[in-house]
Design a protein around this ligand. Structure first.
Ligand SMILES: Cc1ncc(COP(=O)(O)O)c(C=O)c1O
Length: 387
């Protein structure tokens, strides 16, 4: 579907809704480009299927659809060329909830867990809240192209007794889709130092046309040390349903996770919350491809308009752009400057890592019209500074 046709059919005006994103925008008189959900209506066939469920009025204890696992596995086989097995899959109430359950079940209090920063803040919060030690490894940045600092990671593995690496793949906020070689180098270090890998792959369906997403579990040599967090929540904007998969091929590790779930009564799955994922995997592919095109167009527009003035992340995956306002930032934080001067709400760079006060994260999953509005107001800021 062409972008213009998709926008006509699926752009969702959420300005008066209870959407978290737009409610705050309304309150502050700003165009909301923070938080990670989309301004697009769900595919109409998915909505119809959900309506049928609601209309039947049977809200008793309910099983998953018989072919749920088959549908899940087919999606990932078709899109990412990986064959997951049903018995590897467990459920959690969302991806952040999965992080907490993985940390609790597979590490001990005070264990060291490494993250590469800048990074989506709930990773660090989860490690801290579970009473584990956060070990940060700052990424290298070459004009918006972020890469792991393997030397630093190895040094920290060696000296800090790290037990787990929490990976974001694709990476929020720097937009990288990790290459096979990058993952191999990282996982080889994990193998050498006996570090488990927890790979959050919730952005793996939003991949720019010239990129290939490599699931962590596709690297067979390292499958036994890896746990993946997989969801359709970002792909199809299903945050309200809090439905997520934890995929664990290693039986010993999986048994520990299952025991934790049993002891904490978190093993069951909510069959209603699973339905939007199920129906989107069946009906949503064309919708998703159109969304990817919209995001790619939006990224290119911003790059063309603002790229000459400021550093921005190389968007390979996800719909989140990391932008360095640099000398155009007139406040303590670039997010404050964007809100005050441009009437744009963005996630503050400093929430992702130390030293990113001049950066903001912008959500591009909206209409080209909103993107243009945002670009125009940032250009005005630039011009006022250049005068
Ligand atoms: C990498 C990543 N993981 C997890 C989440 C949150 O997922 P959930 O709402 O399922 O907890 C987000 C949300 O933006 C995210 O970007």
């Amino acid at each position: 579907m062409k972008t213009s046709a998709f926008i006509r059919k699926y752009y969702l005006d959420r300005s008066d809704s209870r959407s978290v994103k737009w409610s705050r925008g309304r309150k502050q008189g700003c165009l909301p480009m923070w938080i990670a959900d989309m301004d697009f209506r769900c595919d109409e066939r998915v909505t119809r299927a959900l309506k049928d469920f609601i209309q039947a009025g049977d809200y008793g204890y309910t099983n998953l659809p018989d072919d749920y696992y088959q549908v899940f596995c087919s999606w990932h086989e078709k899109r990412n060329h990986i064959l997951y097995q049903q018995e590897w899959i467990r459920f959690t109430k969302g991806a952040v909830n999965a992080m907490y359950q993985i940390i609790h079940s597979l590490t001990e209090e005070n264990d060291a867990i490494l993250i590469s920063t800048p990074l989506y803040p709930p990773f660090k919060a989860a490690i801290k809240n579970c009473k584990r030690k956060v070990i940060e490894s700052p990424m290298k940045n070459d004009d918006g192209y972020f890469t792991f600092d393997y030397k630093d990671i190895e040094k920290k593995f060696k000296t800090k007794n790290v037990k787990m690496l929490m990976l974001c793949s694709p990476h929020n906020p720097v937009g990288r889709v990790w290459k096979k070689g990058e993952l191999e180098e990282l996982f080889e270090l994990c193998r050498k130092y006996h570090v488990l890998v927890c790979s959050d792959e919730v952005h793996s369906d939003i991949i720019m046309p010239d990129q290939e997403f490599i699931p962590s579990l596709a690297l067979k040599k390292y499958q036994n040390q890896t746990i993946s967090i997989i969801a359709a929540s970002k792909s199809f904007s299903l945050a309200v349903f809090s439905h997520c998969h934890v995929v664990i091929p290693n039986k010993k590790i999986r048994d520990r996770f299952i025991r934790y779930q049993q002891e904490n009564n978190t093993a069951s799955v909510n069959a209603f919350n699973a339905l939007p994922t199920y129906y989107n995997y069946i009906y949503g592919e064309e919708w998703l491809d159109a969304v990817n095109n919209v995001i790619f167009d939006n990224y290119h527009y911003l790059k063309q308009e603002l790229g000459g003035y400021m550093e921005m992340s190389n968007l390979e995956g996800s719909y989140l752009l990391f932008l360095n306002l640099g000398r155009y930032n007139t406040c303590k934080s670039a997010a404050e400057c964007l809100a005050d001067r441009c009437r744009i709400l963005a996630n503050p760079g400093e929430s992702f890592g130390k030293g990113y006060e001049n950066w903001v994260r912008l959500n591009l999953a909206t209409s080209p019209e909103n993107i243009k509005k945002a670009a125009d107001s940032v250009l005005q800021l630039i011009r006022s500074k250049e005068k």
